[in-house]
Design a protein around this ligand. Structure first.
Ligand SMILES: [Zn+2]
Length: 189
């Protein structure tokens, strides 16, 4: 029997928690492979227990262009969270790219298009032995967390009609009286 406390088996130990910004900022850095929710503690809390090791394909790229450092991330896979209505697993499909500008100064943002998302490096980097560390895993985790709705629910959750006294207004097509009327018709046939 395996204990609940057996060490977690991370299938992708090569994904770096952080990278040395001074080393990679000019040279450019990229990483491609599979990650799992196991790598992201904040995300893990929201993920269905049976899907903690479900792989997500991730591609990360750090590069400097026009004096701005960009972090591109592309995701392909699914996040399995818990439906807040029926408490069963619910999958959120991930298949998209996101580009984040890493800025030294808020004033740099005026040079970017309005739709560009950015983070201020001062707010995310830490220093270790005089080297600046970019928390790559945390930035990826932030992005993944944005995909999880505050109150995730199946679009066609089966709990909908079983719930008593809490039928949302937008579900009038599932009107219980209409269902009753349908049953009556069937019985009288
Ligand atoms: Zn549900």
């Amino acid at each position: 029997m395996t204990s609940q406390n057996t060490p977690r088996t991370v299938s992708n130990p090569s994904f770096p928690q952080s990278i040395i910004l001074d080393k990679w900022e000019d040279a450019g850095f990229s990483w491609e492979g599979e990650v799992t929710p196991m790598l992201f503690p904040r995300l893990l809390e929201l993920v269905d227990t049976n899907h903690r090791k479900t792989a997500i394909n991730l591609c990360c790229k750090l590069e400097k262009r026009d004096n701005v450092t960009w972090l591109s991330m592309s995701f392909d896979g699914a996040l399995w969270v818990i439906c807040q209505r029926c408490l069963q697993p619910l999958d959120i499909e991930l298949d998209y790219e996101e580009k984040l500008a890493l800025l030294y100064d808020e004033s740099q943002s005026s040079l970017l298009d309005d739709e560009i998302d950015y983070v201020l490096l001062d707010e995310v980097i830490s220093t270790q032995q005089h080297q600046r560390l970019l928390p790559l895993a945390e930035l990826v985790e932030d992005e993944l967390l944005l995909n999880v709705p505050l109150s995730a629910k199946h679009e066609d959750c089966e709990m909908m009609v079983a719930q008593v006294g809490d039928i949302p207004e937008d579900e009038e097509s599932d009107n219980p009286f209409a269902v009753l009327a349908g049953l009556k018709e069937q019985l009288s046939e």
